[in-house]
Design a protein around this ligand. Structure first.
Ligand SMILES: Nc1ncnc2c1ncn2[C@@H]1O[C@H](COP(=O)(O)OP(=O)(O)OP(=O)(O)O)[C@@H](O)[C@H]1O
Length: 239
């Protein structure tokens, strides 16, 4: 579904990505972990075409990511941004239906929005409220409903649990896993929340020093002996 080959990207003298190789297989849930500043966002932004890599290649659905290939790919993708990124001037249902409004009549778009809100545990009474009237956890749910509004085949989750208490984080993790299982969508998540990793991932890739230093099934993570991965997973203080 997504293939990254030898990706490099630097800012000034700093080389953030130094030859990243990554394959995301259709239908899998891949979680990319790594410390703050490791380059997770730069990698995600490069895949999305928001960052211009210095070198390497990105393939989407097996084809080099030309503007046309990227445009086709983007038609089928959903994204949950770290800060929810809702439009403050639009009521909740319009936020959820945002991408549907051009292709569906208003009443159908609203019905779809209500369905997706129900899917993430929010009742119809939330639909006409403004984002500013919601708690952080509810805003994340609305953003999740928006991400799945158009039945995407690929969904990106950027730090989905940041700023949530452990129980609300657990419900977002469970929702994400449920959506991936039910829809068969391919999911790519970046996070440093190990609880998220264990709830969401089929496979884990760890980014450090500009490279993916470990990749494997989530079940293999705890028995892997890579010292950097061990330190991260166990939350050991940095030397
Ligand atoms: N536009 C930019 N200009 C200059 N430096 C940048 C830019 N974007 C990212 N960087 C640098 O690239 C490095 C990686 O940043 P990135 O945001 O990808 O890290 P991250 O792994 O997502 O971290 P976090 O977990 O804290 O969000 C950082 O050192 C950052 O300062």
């Amino acid at each position: 579904m997504i293939e990254v080959r030898g990706l490099t990207k630097g800012f000034g003298a700093a080389r953030v990505l130094d030859g990243v190789d990554l394959s995301v297989v259709r239908g899998e849930s891949l979680v990319i972990i790594g410390g703050s500043g490791a380059g997770k966002s730069v990698l995600l932004r490069s895949i999305l075409g928001l960052e211009r890599p210095d070198g390497g290649a990105i393939l989407l659905g097996g084809q080099p990511a030309t503007p046309q290939v990227r445009a086709d790919f983007m038609r089928d993708f959903g994204m949950l941004f770290q800060n929810a990124a809702l439009f403050d001037s639009l009521p909740v249902w319009r936020n959820v239906a945002f991408r549907l409004m051009t292709s569906l009549p208003r009443a159908e778009a609203r019905a779809r929005a209500l369905d997706r809100l129900a899917r993430v545990g929010l009742g119809p009474e939330v639909a006409d409220r403004m984002p500013s009237e919601l708690s952080g956890g509810m805003r994340k749910r609305v953003a999740l409903a928006r991400a799945i509004a158009a039945d995407p085949r690929v969904i990106f989750f950027d730090e989905p649990t940041t700023g949530l208490d452990p129980q609300r984080a657990a419900s977002i993790n469970a929702l994400i896993r449920g959506i991936v299982d039910e829809t068969g969508a391919t999911a790519v998540t970046i996070t440093h929340d190990m609880t998220s990793v264990r709830s969401i991932a089929d496979r884990v890739a760890m980014l450090a020093r500009g490279r993916l230093i470990w990749q494997g099934d989530v079940a293999a993570m705890d028995s892997a002996d890579d010292p950097e991965l061990r330190g991260f997973v166990e939350g050991r203080p940095l030397a």
